[in-house]
Design a protein around this ligand. Structure first.
Ligand SMILES: [Zn+2]
Length: 524
């Protein structure tokens, strides 16, 4: 018996010795102040990471394979951006512009445009080696294109609508977080409200959200919100107002009025959140300055229209009316980000580009130049169309989250909107540190737990035991967004560590080469 006891004790000792060879944790972060993502005040404490998961927070014992000194830094959950356009992520899977500004999870498939086969998309994305996690909405415009092939300026047949419903259902089964619409874009712009309700009902069967780039963001935004309220009342979905804004001088100064309209709908029981970027400029295709009917069909259809003098005159007259309704005399607020027919015009505004193209920058010449660019393949553009006080007012609302509306980029010669490089850093630098529009903890909540809970991203968006170890460490005094409108290809600074699923993608300020990102499916 005694011998047996000795053997048993010896065995225990051997086991203990073996477990001491490995460490208890992969990483322990110490000396950082912790913002847990819920908006709770900063606390001091340590964070342990093991196998991609936050294994302990606060006071705990145990050894680490690596200890990271976070002195002077704030540790926060990795930032989550619910509004990106990252369908092409496989071409830039590291998404370093995003990771460098602290993003660890992005949602794509916004504004009605997504891949229609999400299971395939998620597989391809993961196989490419992701620098961060990606989830997706299923896009109304994309399923509409797939079902209605060809002519979109009409209501779908019953059969086509059934096909669209099937595609939305399949997208939700494949893990989409909800349905998106882009009701200013072809082909979504041609849909009636009932069509959207039918699809939102399908998304609701899978507890999806309805995320909408609404029909109007100018003076008519009140109508657009009423349509959104109607859609979610009928379908049962919660709603996300994508990139909430007031576009054009005639709409400026109405943020309080719009927030009151939203809060009234909430008081009625509707669930509505919004996202926004931290800039007073938006970015979309140049073609959006034109009446949408002019763009129906293929490029050659557009060319045929502008070759017909009467049709061309109508396009120009309607474009001028749109411009006037926004309170503008010309297109000096529109800058070419990537001008397909003439890249040397990148970074110029429309009058500057017109001067070069036509030797005269009158409004008529500007429209000629726009039509010529569109006929030559079009351009992506930056629109300086918002007002700072409106932006700050929307930012103060507790249900506004921070999203860039951008995409994965590598430094290049085009001149894209700086939001894809700086959005989250700019929130922390300009709106938290400098203008004090939000407290640090609240700013972090808008980029972490609020998006994670709203879009049902399980165990993300908070620093808590059992959560995925998506973390950022940043210096609240130094975090900055050097990307500017003139010189956008500059990474955010002051964010020396970014962990994705427990592995540092940014390690001590440098790209570690690790690509631990995964596809994230709704609720998983
Ligand atoms: Zn949009």
């Amino acid at each position: 018996m005694k011998q047996f006891k000795l053997l048993f004790t010896g065995l225990i000792a051997v086991i203990l010795t073996f477990s001491a060879v490995g460490s208890d944790y992969d990483y322990v972060i110490e000396n950082a102040r912790i913002a847990d993502g819920t908006g709770a005040p900063l606390v001091s404490g340590r964070i342990a990471i093991k196998d991609g998961i936050i294994a302990a927070v606060g006071e705990f014992s145990g050894s680490a394979r690596e200890t990271i000194d976070g002195a002077g830094l704030v540790a926060a959950p990795g930032f989550i951006d619910v509004h990106t356009h990252s369908e092409m992520i496989t071409s830039k899977p590291e998404a370093m512009n995003f990771v460098r500004m602290g993003l660890t999870t992005i949602i794509t498939g916004n504004c009605g445009s997504s891949r229609t086969n999400l299971s395939e998309f998620f597989q391809e994305a993961e196989a490419a080696g992701l620098g961060l996690n990606i989830g997706s909405l299923i896009g109304h415009g994309s399923v509409r294109k797939a079902a209605m092939k060809g002519i979109f300026m009409r209501t779908p047949t019953e059969e086509e609508l059934a096909k669209m419903c099937d595609l939305v259902a399949q997208g939700m089964k494949d893990g989409a977080v909800g349905l998106s619409t882009g009701l200013i874009y072809v082909p979504g712009t041609y849909s009636k409200t009932d069509e959207v309700i039918a699809l939102a009902k399908v998304a609701h069967q899978y507890d999806g959200i309805y995320a909408s780039h609404m029909r109007h963001e100018d003076l008519r935004i009140r109508e657009a919100l009423d349509e959104l309220f109607h859609i979610i009342r009928e379908s049962g979905c919660p709603a996300e107002v994508s990139h909430i804004k007031l576009s054009g001088p005639t709409a400026w100064g109405r943020a309080d009025e719009i927030i009151a309209q939203l809060d009234k709908a909430r008081a009625e029981g509707l669930k509505i959140t919004h996202d926004m970027y931290t800039y007073t400029a938006s970015s979309t295709a140049l073609r959006q300055v034109l009446p949408q009917w002019a763009l129906e069909g293929k490029e050659e259809d557009f060319v045929a229209r502008i070759n017909n003098p009467a049709t061309k005159a109508r396009i120009i007259a309607e474009a001028k009316a749109i411009l006037k309704s926004e309170g503008r005399d010309d297109y000096s607020h529109v800058f070419l980000a990537r001008c397909i027919p003439n890249e040397s015009l990148n970074g110029k505004n429309i009058p500057e580009a017109t001067e070069i193209m036509k030797g005269n920058a009158s409004l008529d010449h500007q429209l000629e130049a726009i039509l010529e660019i569109q006929a030559g393949g079009g351009a992506s553009s930056v629109y300086h169309n918002m007002d700072e006080p409106d932006l700050e007012r929307f930012l103060r609302h507790p249900l506004s989250m921070i999203a860039c509306d951008g995409w994965p980029l590598r430094p290049g010669k085009d001149v894209p909107h700086p939001r894809s490089y700086g959005n989250n850093a700019r929130l922390l630098a300009r709106y938290v540190r400098e203008k004090k529009v939000l407290s640090l903890e609240e700013g972090i909540r808008r980029m972490t737990s609020l998006p994670a809970r709203t879009f049902d991203l399980a165990r993300r968006g908070e620093i808590a035991k059992g959560y995925h170890a998506d973390l950022v460490l940043f210096d609240p005094d130094k975090v900055q967004d050097p990307a500017t409108f003139r010189d956008p290809h500059q990474y955010a600074t002051g964010i020396p560590w970014v962990f994705v699923n427990g592995e540092p993608v940014i390690r001590d300020g440098k790209d570690s080469g690790k690509r631990p990102g995964r596809a994230v499916r709704k609720g998983k």
